[in-house]
Design a protein around this ligand. Structure first.
Ligand code: PGA
Length: 259
């Protein structure tokens, strides 16, 4: 059995007072839903880098078992790279992982496959895990290219890593046309791509393909989570907008735990 993971990507939202209110409300929902009962469920918060210390402190104070991850990481180790956050800095502040290759990074900030490999290697060499995001645009899907695009994004990273390094990888399939649009892939569309992704991974290793966690992302909310989590190759969710509402995010975690 693969572990279940629900990760909340706050993107560039939140602030100091938001953090405190958020963790307090999340704790009440956690208790109401008894989220602690789901021993195979990992809950991850992914705040903007500047808020990580405060989220870490609030989580510690709450006593909740929540993991922290970065939204992005520098491709470089340290030095004269103004504005960047290194893998070691994320680790210092208790992040266990970082997103890499989110579609917003790819389309707005020029994160090419080459940059994504460098960032992945930075995380791995500093002992962090990698949540690699994959996904096609609407245009690519309409042209029948969805699988080719996702395969090429995935193979470029798998090809650059040893099998042992791949064991620190989880994947998030996020069709770009479903991110922040309210349009979710149907559970069948998502399942079909997740199964395809597992087949691509199996070319590297059958065992890895069986073990690797693949999250779905793109307008996941409390109303559609259950159907998505009912699919056999969907191991959890990467949640954007709905993760900003702590009670709704807790309900999505609950749906994953129950699945
Ligand atoms: P969304 O974002 O849930 O708001 O669509 C998902 C993501 O970009 O990670």
């Amino acid at each position: 059995m693969r572990p279940k993971v629900v990760a909340g990507n706050w993107k560039m939202n939140g602030g100091l007072s938001f953090v405190q209110d958020y963790i307090e409300t999340f704790k009440s929902s956690w208790e109401a839903l008894s989220l602690g009962q789901y021993s195979d469920l990992s809950i991850v918060l992914i705040p903007p880098a500047i808020l990580i210390p405060d989220v870490k402190a609030s989580i510690e104070q709450s006593g909740l078992n929540i993991l922290l991850a970065g939204q992005n990481v520098s491709a470089y180790e340290s030095g004269a790279y103004t504005g960047e956050t290194s893998a070691l800095m994320l680790k210092d502040f208790s992040c266990s992982a970082s997103l890499v290759g989110h579609s917003e990074r790819r389309s707005l900030f020029g994160d090419t496959d080459e940059v994504i490999i460098k960032k992945t290697k930075q995380l791995l060499s500093n002992g962090l895990e990698v949540m690699l995001c994959l996904g096609e645009s609407l245009d690519e899907r309409e042209k029948g290219l969805a699988e080719n695009v996702v395969r090429s994004q995935l193979e470029s990273v798998l090809g650059a890593l040893s099998l042992q390094e791949c064991s620190s990888l989880s994947l998030a399939y996020e069709p770009v046309w479903a991110i922040g649009t309210g349009k979710t892939a149907t559970p069948e569309e998502a399942q079909s791509m997740h199964a395809f992704i597992r087949r691509v991974v199996s070319a590297k290793s059958e065992e890895l393909a069986e073990k690797i966690v693949i999250l779905y992302g793109g307008s996941v909310n409390a109303a559609n989570a259950e159907c998505l989590f009912g699919q056999k190759d969907i191991d959890g969710a990467l949640v954007g907008g709905a993760s900003l509402k702590p009670d709704e995010f807790a309900e999505i975690c609950n749906q994953s735990g129950k699945s």
